[in-house]
Design a protein around this ligand. Structure first.
Ligand code: F0G
Length: 380
C-alpha cells in the first residue's frame, strides 16, 4: 500500500500562496482540510433540486474557522519577534488566539464581552492560558480598546484587521474549489466583522485569476495586484451571500448598529471592521446581504442536527437559515451548487443547545422492563 502523507496544516499545504519563506517557523495545529459535506435530507425537505454543501469549519483544531487565520497571524507575529498577541473577541477568536499563542510559547491577551460569550469558548481560552480581560461592554468596545492599546504596548493584534488572518482564511475557498472541481454558484456565510466573507472572496478570486493575461479578476482586497495569483484554475467565482442576525445587522441597516443583540453571540457585532471590503465583495460577486431572526437561526441549527447529524453553533446556522429561505423563494435558483460555511462547532455553546432541545430525555429505573417500555414507546 502507499501511505498517505501526514497533513500538517494549511500553511504547509498552500505555502506558495501564502506570505511565508523557507525559513519561517510554522505555528500550526493541523488546521484546515475540513470536510465539505453534501446535505442529503434537507434539500428533500425543501423539495428543491439544489446541490447543497456545508463546509464544516467547526472541525478545525479549536472548533472554528478562526484557526485558519490564526495559524498565519501567529506564525508571522513570531517571525517578527512578537512576545504577545491581543484580540477582542466574541469567543472563537480568543479560543484560537490562546491555543496558537500556547503553541508558540508567547502570551495571548483576550478582551471578551462580560457574560456574552458561550461557555465552551471561555473554557478554551482559560485552559490555554490566555490572560482574559472581561470588559463591561460589547465586542465593538473591545475592538476599539485593542486598537488603542496596541499603540501603547508591545502586542500584535490578531483580529481580522491583521492582514495575515485573511490570507490564512482564504484557503477555505481553495479547498472547496479543489473538492468540487469548480467554484460553487453561491457561497453563503454568517457575517459579523465581515473578515471571513472577504477572505473567501480573496481565495475564490485568486483561483480564478491569471496574472499575466487579462483574465485577471480584481478582488475587493488586491484591486488587481494579487501577489499570489498564478494560472487560473477555474473560470468563475460564486455569488457571495452574507447573512446577519436581525438584531445585529449593520449591512442591512446600511450603517453601524450601536447595541447589537442576538442569541448567536459569535456575530453580536454592530461595527464590522471589514465594512468596505464586504460591500465590494457583494458588488463584485453579484451577491447580497440578508438577515435572519434568532428563531430562524435556532431552527436551522436544530434542523441540521436532527436531519443531517451535523452540530454547529448558532451563528454558523445563520448561513443555512438564510440559504434555505432563499432556496425556497427561488432567489437561489434550482440546479445551483451552493456552499454554506458552518463557522463553529455546536459544542462551543452547549447552553443554547440544551435550552432549545425538546428531544425526549426519559428517566427510568435501571431495570429491563422500564427500558424496554421506553424503547417500544419511542420507535418511529
Ligand atoms: N461565525 C462564528 C462562529 C464566529 O465566531 C464569527 C466571528 C463569525 C461567524 C463571523 O465571522 O467576523 O469574519 O464575519 N467571530 C469573531 C470572534 C468576531 O471574536 O470570535 P466574521
Amino acid at each position: 500500500m502507499t501511505f498517505r502523507t501526514r497533513y500538517t496544516g494549511l500553511i504547509a499545504n498552500y505555502r506558495d500562496r501564502l506570505p511565508v519563506s523557507e525559513n519561517t517557523r510554522l505555528i500550526s495545529l493541523g488546521e484546515g482540510n475540513t470536510p465539505l459535506i453534501k446535505l442529503e435530507n434537507i434539500p428533500d425537505l425543501l423539495n428543491k433540486k439544489v446541490d447543497l454543501y456545508v463546509k464544516y469549519e467547526g472541525l478545525n483544531p479549536t472548533g472554528s474557522f478562526k484557526d485558519r487565520g490564526m495559524t498565519m497571524a501567529v506564525t508571522k507575529a513570531v517571525e517578527d519577534g512578537a512576545k504577545a498577541i491581543i484580540c477582542a473577541s466574541t469567543g472563537n477568536t480568543s479560543a484560537s488566539a490562546a491555543a496558537y499563542a500556547a503553541r508558540a510559547g508567547i502570551t495571548a491577551f483576550v478582551l471578551i464581552p462580560d457574560g456574552k460569550i458561550a461557555q465552551g469558548k471561555l473554557a478554551q481560552a482559560m485552559m490555554e492560558g490566555a490572560v482574559i480581560l472581561q470588559i463591561k461592554g460589547n465586542f465593538d468596545d473591545g475592538m476599539r480598546l485593542v486598537k488603542e492599546v496596541a499603540e501603547h504596548a508591545p502586542v500584535t493584534i490578531v483580529n481580522s484587521i491583521n492582514p495575515y488572518r485573511l490570507q490564512g482564511q482564504k484557503t477555505a475557498a481553495f479547498e472547496i474549489v479543489e473538492e468540487l472541481g469548480r467554484a460553487p454558484d453561491f457561497h453563503c456565510l454568517p457575517v459579523g466583522n465581515a473578515g471571513n466573507i472577504t477572505a473567501h472572496w480573496i481565495g475564490y478570486s485568486e483561483y480564478a485569476c491569471s496574472v499575466g493575461d487579462k483574465v485577471t479578476e480584481s478582488c475587493a482586497y488586491c484591486d488587481g495586484d494579487c501577489k499570489f495569483a498564478k494560472e487560473a484554475i477555474v473560470n468563475s467565482r460564486p455569488k457571495m451571500v452574507g447573512y446577519q442576525a436581525d438584531g445585529s445587522a449593520p449591512f442591512m441597516r446600511g450603517e453601524m448598529v450601536d447595541n447589537p443583540e442576538t442569541v448567536a453571540t459569535a456575530i453580536r457585532i454592530g461595527h464590522p471592521q471589514s465594512w468596505d471590503y464586504a460591500w465590494k465583495v457583494k458588488e463584485e460577486s453579484g451577491g447580497w446581504f440578508d438577515e435572519c431572526s434568532d428563531e430562524e437561526i435556532l431552527a436551522a441549527q436544530k434542523l441540521l442536527a436532527e436531519k443531517e447529524g451535523i452540530f454547529c453553533e448558532p451563528a454558523s446556522a445563520t448561513s443555512l437559515a438564510g440559504a434555505m429561505r432563499d432556496i425556497n423563494s427561488g432567489k437561489i435558483t434550482e440546479g445551483s451548487c451552493v456552499v454554506c460555511t458552518l463557522t463553529g462547532h455546536g459544542l462551543k455553546d452547549p447552553d443554547t443547545a440544551i435550552k432549545q432541545s425538546t428531544g425526549p430525555v426519559i428517566k427510568v429505573d435501571a431495570e429491563l422492563e422500564q427500558v424496554k417500555a421506553a424503547i417500544l414507546d419511542n420507535l418511529s
